[in-house]
Write a protein that binds this ligand. Structure first.
Ligand code: SAH
Ligand code: SF4
Length: 359
């Protein structure tokens, strides 16, 4: 595709484009206002732009490049879209609304090279990185969706305006964000910028499988956003079986890196931990996990396994409760992530791979 993706252009780049179309640079700000404030995708509706510029933009640029391939709505309000890119790849984005938040789970790559055995995305292999424009378009699309919803009649005008805005963005869809580091870092900046989506820095979370050198690069490049590390195994034997990256960067090295990240950024780190029956949910594993998290500036998110691999299952409620009791003795916060959208395959990678199978 040769057209420039407006969402992926910084102010300077957009000015250069506008100037190359024979127009004054100040038009760039007007275009960005239309795109980010009004969520407009159609240049013809940008009523304060001269017709020559609209014609030039139509032939050289675009705002919306993704086609909706499938959409599923869960009974719990979660909505998942499978998008098709201009070159025919599928990936997914999920909107997870709660009473006071509208979180968007975005993808950073098409497929993933990391090969984690519990994850459906891994079965696709790695196809390509998403561009900066494609990452931001996911949030733009969901913002437009939220704007189009009927506001509840009980809300005040202020509440209505808040209830239609994306409040949180998590890079927990498809792909390993730190292997698309520059695009993900630039996306976080635009997500946060007042001229962009205006999402607070501490409401933007990037999740990594633990690519140690990239964590340090991230700490230098984007220290203000939240980082989560998918731990998922409490010792090297189990973690290497679940996450091949652990053979390259085993737990001790990952923890040294985690400490360095905390030192460099001053941020609290989140460890995500998937509960898989008989593998990661034993009491021994709980003790090991407690040991890892103790005395670290961190919190733990427990995630009962979602259907991802037919040979693995989530533990029972009783097993999870016993696991949590061990962790409760630690000096760190533990949260359990409630499964969202289980009826629509809302776990990482699931819907797009389903679509692929039937295609
Ligand atoms: N590649 C990054 C981000 C995308 S995966 C990473 O691995 O962190 C986002 C989260 O989904 C990770 O914490 C991953 O462990 C989790 N996940 C993947 N497959 C899952 C499944 N079947 N059930 C529950 N969580 C899953
Ligand atoms: Fe990739 Fe994350 Fe899935 Fe592992 S869990 S295969 S790193 S998307």
């Amino acid at each position: 595709m040769t057209k420039s993706h407006i969402l992926g252009l910084g102010r300077g780049e957009l000015e250069a484009l506008v100037v190359s179309l024979g127009q004054p640079a100040f038009r760039a700000r007007q275009i960005q206002n239309w795109v980010f404030r009004n969520l407009e995708t159609d240049f013809r509706k940008m009523s304060n732009l001269p017709k020559d510029l609209v014609d030039g933009l139509e032939s050289h640029a675009c705002v919306a490049t993704l086609k909706v391939n499938a959409r599923q709505d869960s009974q719990d309000g979660t909505t998942k879209w499978v998008f098709e890119t201009h070159d025919g790849h599928l990936f997914e984005t999920v909107l997870i609304p709660t009473e006071d938040r509208r979180s968007v789970c975005v993808s950073s790559q098409i497929g993933c090279a990391m090969g984690c055995t519990f994850c459906r995305t891994a079965t696709m292999g790695f196809l390509r990185n998403l561009t900066l424009g494609e990452i931001l378009e996911q949030v733009h699309f969901v913002s437009r969706h939220l704007k189009s919803l009927e506001p509840s009649p009980d809300l005040s005008p202020d509440q209505v305006s808040n209830s239609t805005r994306v409040s949180n963005v998590i890079f927990m869809g498809m792909g390993e964000p730190l292997l698309n580091l520059e695009n993900v870092a630039s996306a976080c900046e635009t997500l946060n910028s007042a001229d962009g989506f205006g999402v607070a820095k501490d409401k933007i979370t990037v999740s990594t499988s633990g690519v140690a050198p990239k964590i340090l690069e991230w700490a230098a490049r984007a220290p203000d956003f939240k980082l989560a590390i998918s731990l998922n195994g409490s010792n090297n034997a189990v973690r290497s079986e679940l996450m091949p990256i652990n053979r390259r960067y085993p737990i001790e090295m990952l923890m040294e890196t985690a400490d360095e990240y905390i030192r460099l950024t001053g941020q609290k780190l989140t460890f995500e931990y998937i509960l898989i029956r008989g593998k990661t949910s034993t009491l021994e594993a709980a003790r090991e996990l407690k040991h890892i998290a103790s005395h670290r500036h961190c919190k733990i998110n427990l995630i009962p396994l979602n259907r991802g691999n037919p040979d693995m299952e989530a533990p029972s409620e009783e097993e999870i409760a016993a696991f949590e009791r061990v962790l409760a003795q630690g000096d760190f916060q533990v949260l359990r992530r409630r499964p969202r959208g289980p009826d629509i395959y809302a776990a990482c990678g699931q819907l797009a791979t389903e679509q692929k199978k039937v295609a």
